[in-house]
Ligand binder design. Structure first.
Ligand code: MLT
Length: 252
């Protein structure tokens, strides 16, 4: 199994992913929000790459069954129902709903992976479940970090590094590219205290300035939601898999 880490989406073209197994990470906060929403009963998430497309898509879907969620500069967008805090995505609000999600980096990275054979959403919350699923698939793996504004982000790369570490211990014949070896090394040195690492990261500081300190605490939880969200045919749904089960947010 060859494992490669892409530290930011502009490093590759969307056609690069054709036929590949791709894992998309946006720890703060899109992938954590998606995993939480699905675990809390959302029917599906529809990631989009522009606000305009989100508005268009919501117009063509059933009113009442569809919610618009996401952020621009960490804040909820005018006309949307929800922001991008995972703590907003509680069962009372989102159960049974389709959620159209636009975020500055994460939803766009997911859309970019659309030509993959397997496209899997990962954060710290479901990292081990994703690792085990990847071992079952036994394909080469591309880990796409959403990054921030087209460049490296510490928390996504450390999450990627932890995934590489777990895969290296579970799978046989693992081959690491330079970037996956670098992510693994970074995770060993800065990945011991995830909350501290994210509090000190650039994105973490911006979230704290905007009043989202609790989100950082929540996003730093490891392996509390063992589900596998799969992006296929434009929507993200939980893979119905015998070895996984949804854990509601209230218990995490
Ligand atoms: C993103 O896609 O860049 C993030 O999820 C932004 C955020 O809400 O923190």
């Amino acid at each position: 199994m060859k494992i490669n880490v892409i530290i930011s989406p502009p490093n590759v073209d969307e056609l690069y992913f054709t036929g590949k197994t791709t894992v998309i990470i946006d720890v703060l906060r899109a992938s954590t929000t998606i995993i939480t929403a699905l675990a809390n009963g959302a029917k599906e998430i529809v990631p989009v790459s522009s606000v305009e497309f989100a508005m268009k898509a919501s117009g063509s879907m059933f009113g009442g069954q569809t919610l618009l969620g996401g952020e621009r500069n960490t804040k909820m967008i005018d006309g949307f129902n929800l922001g991008n805090s995972p703590l907003e995505y509680i069962p009372e609000t989102i159960s049974g709903k389709s959620i159209i999600l636009y975020t500055s980096n994460g939803s766009r990275a997911i859309v970019k992976s659309k030509f993959s054979e397997n496209s899997i959403i990962c954060s710290f919350q479901n990292l081990s479940a994703v690792a085990h699923y990847l071992v079952e698939l036994n394909n080469n793996v591309e880990i796409l970090c959403s990054g921030r504004n087209g460049v490296f982000s510490l928390e996504d790369t450390i999450c990627a590094g932890k995934l590489v570490t777990e895969l290296s211990s579970l799978a046989t014949d693992v081959e690491l590219t330079d970037s996956s070896l670098a992510a693994l090394t970074l995770a060993k040195s800065l990945g011991k205290n995830l909350k501290k690492m994210m509090t000190e990261s650039e994105h973490g500081k911006i979230l704290i300035e905007n009043g989202f300190e609790e989100d950082i605490k929540y996003c730093s939880k490891l392996n509390t939601i063992p589900i596998i969200p799969i992006f296929s045919a434009n929507v993200i749904k939980i893979l119905q898999h015998p070895k996984t089960e949804a854990v509601p947010t209230s218990e995490t």
